[in-house]
Design a protein around this ligand. Structure first.
Ligand SMILES: [Zn+2]
Length: 262
């Protein structure tokens, strides 16, 4: 599942390629929009809100194209005629201008809403870690509304704060020396975790490789995520990998039992 910084990079790529341009061809490969043609409409901008992408398009009406990468999705910006990097049958949206083709592959959500109804999509989100209105105090207050929840699950709840996925949730617990199962009410310093979360996403949004350790080389860039059974980088204890969540929403959690005692 992509993290907020990955979504922010996708928004920036779309924004740079399409904003201010007129669409010359569109293809929305979702049954509800199969007959839609936005050729001639004008792309205003693309922004991210948490893990949601909002592409604002003005035609006869003011639309917002809402897309979400979910598990496997990705947007690619290509030159006209350039070979697509993923199979054509996985494409869900094609937005073409005179000098760019943006293709959304395997998107989890594709829908159009009226511009004035954007709140119906993103109004439920907590403060956005990469938004201009990031508010750490508000995020802490929202986390504290449910003191009995496990901290890692709470960090993933986009209505508390928006932008954290499974990788950052595990990494933040490690960096903070907190076991993922710890009750939110028992976490000593939520503000510090918020500050660290903001710092990590803010730094990594400009990098091709996400790093929480400060080391940008692949294989050394993360503390615990994806490292089950291997030695902790701090203390050498084996990293424990556990599966949590319901069927269909399983998530793997990584933890050093020594650095993050239960
Ligand atoms: Zn350790």
């Amino acid at each position: 599942m992509p993290e907020g910084d990955t979504v922010w990079r996708a928004a920036r790529a779309l924004d740079r390629a399409l904003s201010g341009r007129v669409l010359t061809r569109t293809d929305v490969r979702v049954p509800a929009y199969a007959t839609w043609d936005l050729a001639g409409a004008h792309v205003v901008e693309t922004v991210s809100r948490g893990k949601h992408l909002l592409t604002r398009i003005d035609g006869e009406l003011r639309w917002t194209l809402h897309t979400h990468l979910k598990m496997e999705g990705g947007w690619r910006v290509l030159r006209p005629g350039q070979r697509w990097p993923r199979p054509a049958h996985t494409a869900r949206v094609v937005l073409e201008t005179a000098d760019a083709v943006a293709v959304g592959f395997a998107l989890g959500i594709v829908e159009f809403v009226a511009r004035d109804d954007e709140d119906s999509i993103v109004g439920h989100l907590g403060p956005d870690l990469l938004g201009p209105d990031w508010d750490a105090d508000e995020a802490v207050a929202r986390l504290q509304e449910h003191p009995d929840r496990a901290i890692k699950e709470a960090l993933l709840d986009q209505t508390r704060l928006a932008g954290i996925g499974n990788m950052y949730a595990s990494e933040l617990c490690f960096i903070s020396g907190v076991a993922p199962q710890t009750r939110v009410g028992d976490v000593a310093d939520l503000s510090r975790i918020m500050a660290r979360a903001h710092q990590l996403l803010d730094q990594n949004r400009h990098r091709a490789v996400q790093s929480t350790t400060g080391d940008l080389s692949r294989g050394r860039n993360l503390w615990v995520y994806g490292r089950g059974g291997r030695p902790c980088r701090r203390c050498g204890t084996r990293i424990v990998e556990t599966e949590t969540g319901d069927e269909g929403r399983r998530r793997v959690t990584y933890q050093c039992p020594s650095c993050q005692p239960a």
